[in-house]
Design a protein around this ligand. Sequence first.
Ligand code: ADP
Length: 455
Amino acid sequence: MAKGFEKVMSEIFDISRTFADLGLRGSVLKGIETCGFEHPTHIQATLIPSILTGKDVLGQAKTGTGKTAAFGLPILHAVDKDTPMQALILAPTRELAVQIVQELDELGQSTPLRAVPIIGGNSIKSQARAIKEGAQIMVGTPGRVMDMYERKAIHFDNIKFAVLDEVDRMLDIGFRDDIRRILGKIKREHQTVFVSATISDEIDRLSRKFMRDGDEVEKITTVSQSLTVSLVTQKYLSVHPKDKRRLLRHLLTHEEPALTVVFCRTKMTVRRLCEYLRDKGVKVHQIHGDLHQNKRNRVMQQLRGGKLEVLIASDLAARGLDVQGITHIINYDLPEDPEVYVHRIGRTARAGASGTAWSFVTTEEGQRLTEIEKLTGVLIEELDYPDFKPGKHAEREQQDVPAEDERKSRYDLVTAPTSDGDSDEVDPNLFPGGVAPKGPPRRTLGARFRTKRSR
Ligand code: ADP
């Protein structure tokens, strides 16, 4: 094995172990083999044995490192074929729930077990039918699960496992009451498994309140140093707000990234950006929560089938989605919550592949970028991009900025002394580098970044 490859492999996989070492039963091992999994990832190698001992587990591992199989395999191992509704897995989006069902179906193909999605936007009847036919595993979004429970189409009498995927999102204000109600209805002794790539101390504390015996919960984390995988190259581009659309179009048409997901903060921005790019002849698709479910499904199908080049997305697509071949993530807007950044860029560089994440940063967003760096433990460098010419508005504003400053990097200036009280005083928190840029990014930085054009 080449050294670099070996290093990458061992960052994600526990190459000293096989799945057979973890105590899983034969039919499950057969499915794993058919899926082509050779070694467990680190989270799988630690989480699976722990779940098999019957403990409640809180698991944290980086994006794309196989958390679904980490909780899914012990469930496939432990549920029996004759009892319906033994496992309940909750996820924040319908797309993620469907993906979990698909992965369980693949991994469990040599078992008689069945997983069904319990999600909005699809017919209640067909989901209820699948349950009636004896499906052992339910994977759903909280609203529909509650709805089906109240209609008595499902019950929790046989539940052995309750899983919260993306636990920090599931315990967010928006979902928390539903989760409390759902978990509160499970009377039978059961095991809880909560996982995410981002589990703050606060979420850790809160999670334990939703588990059997908070003090007995085993916390397993395979995250050390940084919160993001080393295979994703992260850069930021400073840009004037009025130049963002043009810069995006420029990147998409000049760099021709293979498969790109562009994240925006609001659904309206997704829609407008999509219209703008289409007007300019760029082939783009969109996904956000206001689209009809059929349309969402179609876009997901095209994405998974490798039929899209550019997808403009709201944070609906930020969490959990596992699509092969996404090479680039562009944060058109930085997310308000730094944890969302981790999930967004986690749509690339999955399961040992590499990827690129570019973030647009305007003058107002410097502090936000710093918060992302603090959370992830990664220093995000500026991407010099001289090929793009900022608009006139940016040029006008730049006249107010001291000429080419001496900074080597924005980090030098964060610690640089500021002037005492004059109006040009710099707040290092305002902008990467602490330069109070009334203007756009510098346009003549040495072309570290070569574009197709400049080649
Ligand atoms: P996460 O939930 O941690 O973001 P996923 O569970 O979506 O990651 O897994 C990412 C990808 O890695 C999926 O395509 C999955 O099938 C694949 N995968 C999971 N475990 C293994 C393994 N042990 N060997 C190879 N591929 C794996």
